[in-house]
Design a protein around this ligand. Structure first.
Ligand code: HEM
Length: 470
């Protein structure tokens, strides 16, 4: 019954499950996945694969992509609790602004929105200065950039999301950093995505303990900040623009006219911000530094622009950020080539949908393969080439660049991430020249790691940062 192909999907080309299992076994990145399914998807824009007991549609066709992105009523998100009921993953993230639908999502988004309109930029600047201190100590020797950027973005998020200093850049082995990393590792274990029933047979006692430790930290912070609302401390911070995301959310919850979030829901949102905003920005900073190290001409052009726009300033203010036009093109092109969210979280059809001569039954899972959309020669000329200028006049189809998703589920942290990236790039490039060591494993091509907890990034990337003398 479960393997039987629904009548309306019979003509949808089949994607090989064996290939997928081999890819998972070999721990390859989404580039290899794309290589295996490219021919079918460039031709048809849709394929079906039997995975985890059901037929799933993998989509790159822009017409259907647009429909999925804009019609959230027809294609709601698959919620963790529905797909992995009772799992550690579902318990840890609960319902939050990323994993919710309809009115529930509106409630989360309404509370979260003000936080992202008032970003604590000073946190980004402070962290950029700390990053330069760390680089100063390793001048001219290769630095592993992926872990450095992960340390940096964890610090930035900890401070700007809930005023907590993980201090990962200076003290990577402190208890909160290790607990956070261990929890992320546990929740990203592929085996539980492949065989979710395992969790019900063998209880994950150690993993549960770690999750509880982290939850306790979040709970204590939520409790403390909720108290400071009563003393008027949060209002003062909002007035002088120094409130963190959680303080903004607690403030927005204090609204007798509207439905608010419980303390547990606030914690679930903190947990998802840490996931959504940490690896993603760290990976894009890593891949962009790699691209700049390999394309020295582009690196020079970005640096010249920084020096021209910033003058003696070390980091850009919001006006200067708009003037960094070439840097913004490079950032977009980096996110096209290496989209940190390579596969959009799964949707499913809420009713039967007709698409071309196919009839997609209700409750069919749908996955938009962003990596494929970004690398399809149907959408981009020379898709494998790094050409920042392609973003000069934005001639591409609106739905062919989906690094931050789209429609009303567009990434809430888009400005957060872009500002963070610009500030870090300005700080690094005006002081250092970046290059790839001669013996790098990425000499011919950036080697991508498998997606982990929904994000894609490269294998470790050592780069050399040579202090500029000019
Ligand atoms: C390069 C960095 C980032 C990338 C590539 C990225 C990508 C995405 C994508 C593709 C989505 C859409 C998911 C979907 O439609 O299912 C999304 C949603 C979201 N992102 Fe980001 N993100 C980044 C940074 C951040 C940061 C820094 C934060 C927060 C601190 C954040 C918070 C969110 C949230 C809360 C949503 C859910 C929005 C909603 O459904 O209403 N993201 N992100």
């Amino acid at each position: 019954q479960k393997i039987r192909v629904p009548e309306g999907l019979k003509n949808v080309p089949t994607l090989s499950l064996l290939d997928l299992l081999i890819e998972m076994y070999n721990k390859v990145g989404p580039d290899k996945r794309w290589e295996d399914i490219r021919e079918i998807l460039e031709k048809e824009g849709i394929g079906r694969i039997w995975f985890n007991g059901r037929w799933i549609l993998i989509v790159t066709d822009l017409e259907l992509v647009k429909d999925v992105i804009t019609r959230t009523d027809l294609y709601p998100k698959a919620l963790l609790e529905e797909f992995f009921p009772g799992s550690l993953l579902a318990q840890y993230y609960g319902t939050n602004v990323v994993f919710s639908n309809g009115d529930d999502w509106k409630r989360h988004r309404r509370i979260a929105n003000p936080s992202f309109r008032n970003l604590p930029i000073y946190v980004f600047v402070e962290s950029a200065m700390k990053l330069l201190d760390v680089m100063e100590r390793v001048d001219n020797k290769p630095i592993e950039v992926k872990s450095l950027m992960h340390g940096l973005t964890l610090d930035v998020l900890g401070k700007s999301a809930f005023g907590f200093d993980f201090n990962n850049l200076e003290e990577p082995n402190n208890v909160y950093v290790t607990t956070f990393n261990e929890v992320m590792e546990e929740l990203g274990k592929q085996i539980y995505f492949l065989m979710s029933f395992l969790e019900y047979i063998i209880p994950r006692t150690k993993a549960i303990e770690k999750v509880e430790k982290l939850n306790n930290l979040y709970d204590r912070i939520v409790e403390k900040k909720s108290k400071s609302l009563k003393t008027g401390e949060i209002d003062k911070k909002i007035e002088n623009n120094s409130a963190d995301l959680l303080e903004h959310m607690i403030h927005a919850c204090n609204d007798p006219e509207n439905q608010t979030l419980t303390s547990e829901e606030l914690r679930h949102n903190l947990a998802i911000f840490m996931l959504a905003g940490h690896d993603t920005t760290a990976n894009s900073l890593t891949t962009i530094l790699y691209l700049l190290a390999v394309h020295k001409d582009v690196q020079k052009k970005v640096r010249d622009e920084i020096l021209h726009v910033l003058g003696d300033d070390l980091t850009p203010n919001s006006e200067q950020q708009k003037e960094l036009k070439y840097m913004n093109m490079v950032i977009n092109e980096n996110l096209r080539l290496y989209p940190p969210v390579a596969t959009l979280p799964r949707r499913f059809t809420s009713q039967e949908i007709k698409f071309r001569n196919y009839v997609i039954p209700a409750k069919t899972p749908i996955v938009l393969f962003i990596y494929g959309i970004h690398h399809s020669s149907k959408n981009w000329e020379d898709p494998e080439k790094f050409i920042p200028e392609r973003f000069e006049n934005e001639k591409h189809d609106h739905y062919a660049w989906l690094s931050f998703g789209g429609g009303n589920r567009l990434c809430l942290g888009i400005n957060f991430s872009l500002i963070e990236q610009r500030i870090m790039l300005c700080a690094i490039l005006r002081k250092y020249e970046v290059s790839l060591p001669a013996d790098s494993i990425h000499k011919d091509k950036l080697k991508l790691a498998p997606e982990c907890s929904g994000t894609m990034g490269p294998h470790p990337v050592p780069l050399i940062f040579k202090r500029r003398t000019e």
